[in-house]
Design a protein around this ligand. Structure first.
Ligand code: FES
Length: 165
């Protein structure tokens, strides 16, 4: 082959370049759309969804909310990640109550103040009663979410988080 056969014209060069850049940009636009379309199918097998996970023993609980963290493996298609969660759990007579620690205003993490028997949110001064009800006059407009609770052989398992109010 002669050197002349290998030459690429300006028109061909521009055509190849624009095709490559255009293809790259199209892939960048289409990939999130495909991912969005497949998302429910990918999430169907995620660990933790609908499962009841062991969090603590009944013996560890009192009538004061106590924070219990836990974590689980979440499989999202080819990607496995460790998800951390936590709940404030306490005894309400015979019942066990597990409250989410996520403020219902804008999602900050609340902490329990035993002296006041209230949950306080540091972000905007949100306050909740011990049972998770939002205190009027503070930013949150609904109570803390609650987890489904199951007890088996003295062990406390938490499930889905549910919205109240
Ligand atoms: S996020 Fe809790 S009060 Fe705003």
């Amino acid at each position: 082959m002669s050197e002349k056969d290998h030459k690429v014209s300006r028109r061909q060069f521009l055509s190849y370049t624009l095709t490559g850049v255009g293809g790259f940009m199209a892939a960048g636009i289409l990939m999130p759309m495909v991912r969005f379309a497949l998302d429910p199918a990918l999430k169907a097998g995620a660990a933790g969804e609908g499962d009841m996970l062991y969090v603590c023993d009944v013996d560890e609980l009192t009538d004061q909310p106590k924070k219990f963290p836990w974590k689980f493996e979440q499989v999202d298609s080819w990607y496995t990640s460790t998800v951390k969660s936590e709940a404030y759990i306490y005894l309400d007579g015979e019942d066990i109550v597990a409250l989410s620690s996520i403020c219902t205003h804008l999602g900050c993490t609340v902490s329990y103040e035993e002296a006041k028997k209230e949950f306080l949110c540091p972000c905007h001064g949100g306050r909740f009663e011990q049972d998770g009800k939002n205190i009027a006059g503070t930013p949150p407009t609904r109570p803390l979410d609650v987890f489904d609770v199951k007890v088996e052989e003295g062990k406390v398992y938490l499930g889905e988080k549910k919205r109240r109010g």
